[in-house]
Design a binder for this molecule. Structure first.
Ligand code: FNR
Length: 384
């Protein structure tokens, strides 16, 4: 079998192993997918400054994220339905992240629950919160994350209303889901996926089912979720959530400098420059293109993280050079999970780490903390 050398190799393997509707769920963006595509392609608009004859020995990728030590400035972004790529995907991804020394963020919309992941990991992970209309449910979820020892709350702000994804609608992944014999055929043609699935009993969205009022199974869950994302979410809610949680908070889904200023005023520990991986506002700029204005606005006030379109260590390096202090990946670890479960996520980490390390050396730097605009040749058509 051909070796797995880059993230694109993991993507191709996952495409072949995971039933089409679940692979498409990971691979989709909203409407025309222009923002999804720009997230990736805009990294090509940044060129690096090559340096020679500098000492490239003793390199370090170690850093901190909101004061917590990490083996490199990278975390796993929250991803719903994670366990659909590989049974118990949330637990396996959390274990791979723990072994690699970076944070895993569990989504509200995960199949394994906060408690499932806590029972199967040794170190604290992070929990991502969606604000639902039912504030008792939200308060209870925050308390459960606290009880499980989660080390940060990632509060997602860019999904008050759901962007439309054509692939999901065509595949019948709507609320309620419309499954046909064609889906059974799709699943039937993926025997190794079925085999892994058959080994787990965790098949419902365990953060929600059995906890939200009137949600006892998958079909009541899907209509509940569709109605529950809260279009009235405001900065006052952010204050309330921050207070109820009482620990480190990261605000996710900031793409605009004015919003970044509002976010910094809340006293949150970090923001994630993100457009939800191009799954919400199609036509919005890519995350990397949005980063410089946000750094100018609040770079000295709050830690700035970024996600969206990162597919290599070179992309991570470019984001760090433009001023982000840390990065996240979403789809790349889903492709890892879809390929080989925990081993696939571990492979993804190795690929990104090696690429970042060697690229940093070729830029003439030895410590990831020293990367900056001085390592860039040009960005978005402007010479640096
Ligand atoms: C997401 N994302 C996401 N974000 C969030 O806050 N809560 C969630 O439940 C989800 N669910 C989700 C599912 C899938 C399939 C994808 C691809 C993404 C967004 C995610 O956290 C992150 O912002 C993007 O994935 C980053 O872009 P890349 O790395 O996937 O390009």
């Amino acid at each position: 079998m051909a070796p797995i050398l880059e993230i694109a190799d993991l993507k191709e393997r996952a495409r072949r192993r995971v039933p089409k509707m679940f692979f498409d769920y990971a691979d989709s963006g909203s409407w025309t997918e222009s923002t999804y595509q720009a997230n990736e392609s805009d990294y090509d608009q940044i060129t690096l400054r090559q340096r020679v004859a500098v000492d490239m020995t003793n390199r370090s990728l170690e850093a901190t994220m909101i004061g917590q030590p990490v083996s490199m400035p990278l975390a796993l972004a929250p991803v719903g339905f994670c366990g659909m790529q590989w049974a118990d995907g949330e637990i396996l991804a959390a274990q791979a992240a723990e072994a690699f020394g970076v944070p895993f963020t569990l989504s509200t919309m995960s199949i394994c629950s906060i408690e499932d992941v806590a029972e199967n990991t040794k170190k604290p992970f992070w929990f991502q919160l969606y604000v639902m209309r039912d504030r008792d449910f939200v308060g209870n979820l925050i308390d459960r994350a606290k009880a499980a020892g989660c080390a940060a709350l990632v509060l997602t702000l860019d999904l008050q209303i759901l962007g439309q994804r054509h692939k999901d609608l065509r595949n019948g992944l709507s609320a309620p889901p419309k499954f046909t014999p064609h889906h059974l055929w799709q699943i039937g043609t993926c025997p190794s996926w079925c085999l892994a699935m058959a080994k787990t009993k965790r098949r419902t969205f365990r953060n929600i089912v059995g906890h939200a009022k009137g949600v006892g199974d998958l079909s009541s869950l899907s209509s509940w979720t569709a109605e529950q994302f809260d279009p009235t979410l405001s900065w006052a809610d952010v204050e309330w959530i921050k207070e109820r949680w009482g620990g480190p908070v990261i605000l996710k889904g900031i793409l605009d400098a004015e919003d970044a200023q509002m976010a910094a005023k809340t006293g949150a520990d970090a923001i994630i420059v993100s457009n939800h991986g191009g799954r919400q506002l199609d036509g919005a700029p890519s995350s990397i293109r949005s980063l410089p204005a946000i750094i100018d606005a609040v770079g000295d006030k709050i830690e700035i993280h970024i996600d969206g379109g990162i597919r290599s260590g070179q992309d991570i390096l470019k984001a760090l050079c433009l001023g982000a202090t840390s990065t996240y990946v979403g789809r790349p670890y889903l492709y890892g999970l879809g390929t080989a479960g925990k081993a696939g996520v571990a492979r993804m980490f190795e690929i990104l780490k090696t690429e970042l390390d060697i690229t940093m050396a070729l830029c003439g730097e030895r410590d990831v903390k020293n990367l900056g605009r001085q390592n860039l040749h040009a960005a978005f058509g402007e010479k640096i």
